[in-house]
Design a protein around this ligand. Structure first.
Ligand code: FAD
Length: 385
């Protein structure tokens, strides 16, 4: 196979992964005067977890069994909200509820927990949209939703226009070698066509590839972080009577309907049906990946929504579960679903927390692994510099 080699380009930082964490890292570093290369495997930025998620700006309600997790979950929330106001839905009615059957929490515990965290929660005893035969308790709460599509537009434009950032789309690292001071990378296009090798040199690499974290760590000869991966479905639904509202039912048999930012759509997820397949391997290894399809491999996961072998939708099961919590007059319609790989730290099974972890896995030259928990923790990258 023919390779074309271009002259070496030098950068202060190479950030791998063009989701919200990689984009924010590149912008932050360029803002400090650094020259940054941002590498993204796909043709567009924000095609994976940063687009396919439930868009919840966590306030803590989600974790009634762990005060510590709840308190940490809204770290940076105020700053994120203040700096992204145009992309946040502040105006919907948000309810949390406790299922009469099989819940791990109860009204006394939940109310105490909200008081302790100082987050608003008003118990409601009557409401014509909900089924109180099934709900043990219903609360009006305060929670916001960010808009992933608007965030994608904002960050994509900003990284392209910021002097100091060079964006390489359809690009992956082919090989990496290190001397004491610098990384030498060969990068190549990930799409079809003749591979064109380019050489980059940098003192610092930041791996922000989420589901592909360990694949990239291995390319750079550093240790894995312990992860599990799930192929997850976010179903998009509409409801004339339940428009601009959200309901999350806790805790255990979780189910949740949330406005998807400012789009007018509602997103639907459920602990039992959102996650179709699980991989306990450090790489996202699934039986739907085939040797003859290079678009998705454990070493280079692809875009699940675009995949012909994505799982069949569980939307009707999620809706059947959630319908029990509503009065009969409330109807929902499934419009479409997005799929992606959700990756979690293995340790998070203990408290269901989703911390963002930044580890320096090599000092000279530097290699940082940035594994993202929640969108509002993008600022954690500032600790690197
Ligand atoms: C189903 C689901 C629901 C969620 N709900 C919420 C929620 O309600 N609230 C919340 O705050 N968080 C939520 N999260 C978590 C949140 O979405 C993630 O923490 C965050 O989006 C991760 O951002 P990222 O930039 O690290 O990853 P991604 O957005 O996945 O970006 C990683 C990028 O790296 C690229 N890449 C991969 N390999 C390579 C390579 N070799 N070379 C170059 N590029 C590569 C990928 O193509 C991708 O663009 C949810 C996540 C999921 C999956």
């Amino acid at each position: 196979m023919t390779f074309y080699l271009r002259p070496m380009q030098r950068f202060d930082f190479v950030v791998i992964g063009g989701g919200i964490f990689g984009c924010y890292a590149a912008l932050y570093l360029a803002g400090k005067g650094a020259r940054v290369a941002l590498l993204e495997k796909e043709a567009r930025l924000f095609q994976k977890a940063s687009l396919v998620n439930q868009a919840r700006l966590h306030s803590g309600y989600h974790y009634p069994r762990s005060i510590a997790t709840a308190a940490l979950s809204d770290e940076h929330k105020e700053r994120f909200t203040a700096e992204h106001r145009r992309f946040v839905n502040f105006t919907f009615e948000k309810y949390y509820a406790i299922d009469r059957f099989g819940s791990f929490t109860d009204p006394l515990q939940f109310e105490r927990f909200c008081r302790y965290l100082n987050i608003p929660c008003e118990r409601i005893f009557e409401h014509n949209l909900f089924n109180f035969n099934r709900l043990e308790a219903l609360y009006r709460t305060e929670e916001y939703s960010f808009d992933p599509v608007l965030l994608r537009e904002f960050y994509s434009e900003k990284v392209e226009k910021t002097p100091g950032i060079s964006v390489f789309k359809n690009t992956i690292v082919d090989s990496a070698t290190a001397d004491n001071k610098a990384w030498s990378l060969k990068i190549k296009n990930s799409g079809p066509g003749v591979p064109e090798l380019r050489s980059l040199e940098t003192a610092t690499v930041i791996n922000a590839t989420y589901a592909a974290t360990n694949a990239v760590n291995r390319l750079f000869g550093v240790d894995d972080i312990a992860l599990t991966h799930e192929i997850s479905e976010i179903a998009f639904i509409a409801s004339p009577r339940f428009a601009a509202k959200g309901l999350t039912v806790m805790d255990g048999p979780f189910g949740s309907i949330m406005p998807y930012g400012l789009s007018g759509l509602l997103s639907l997820s459920s602990v039992a049906y959102t996650h179709h397949k699980i991989s306990y391997d450090n790489l996202p290894r699934f039986d739907c990946q085939t040797a003859d399809d290079p678009r998705c491999r454990p070493e280079a996961p692809g875009i699940c929504t675009d995949c012909p072998r994505r799982p069949e939708s569980n939307a009707y099961k999620m809706l059947a579960q959630m319908r029990q919590y509503f009065s009969e007059s409330v109807r929902f319609q499934h419009l479409f679903s997005y799929y992606t790989i959700k990756s979690k730290l293995k340790a998070s099974y203990i408290d269901d927390g989703r911390p963002t972890e930044i580890s320096m896995l090599r000092a000279e030259p530097r290699f940082y692994c940035l594994f993202a928990g929640k969108i509002n923790s993008i600022y954690e990258v500032e600790k690197i510099v």
